[in-house]
Design a protein. Structure first.
Length: 65
């Protein structure tokens, strides 16, 4: 099976909390007291910095803005 290309990060608006971008809280709901797992990568619109985000499982993926 050929190697798959990495998925492009989801582009989001800049109104998301920096705590969520730093992976210290669920990207979707903001929970900090649940088990968090990797959920992909996002880029804030107008920036080139790629952030690795986490989720508690409340949603399956970050919504593009």
């Amino acid at each position: 099976m050929p190697d798959a290309l990495p998925l492009a990060p989801t582009v989001i608006n800049g109104s998301v909390s920096i705590v969520r971008l730093h992976g210290e809280a669920c990207f979707d709901c903001g929970a900090v007291n649940k088990t968090l797992r990797a959920a992909g990568h996002v880029v804030v619109r107008g920036s080139t910095r790629v952030w690795q985000i986490v989720t508690c499982g409340c949603r399956s993926k970050a919504a593009a803005a």
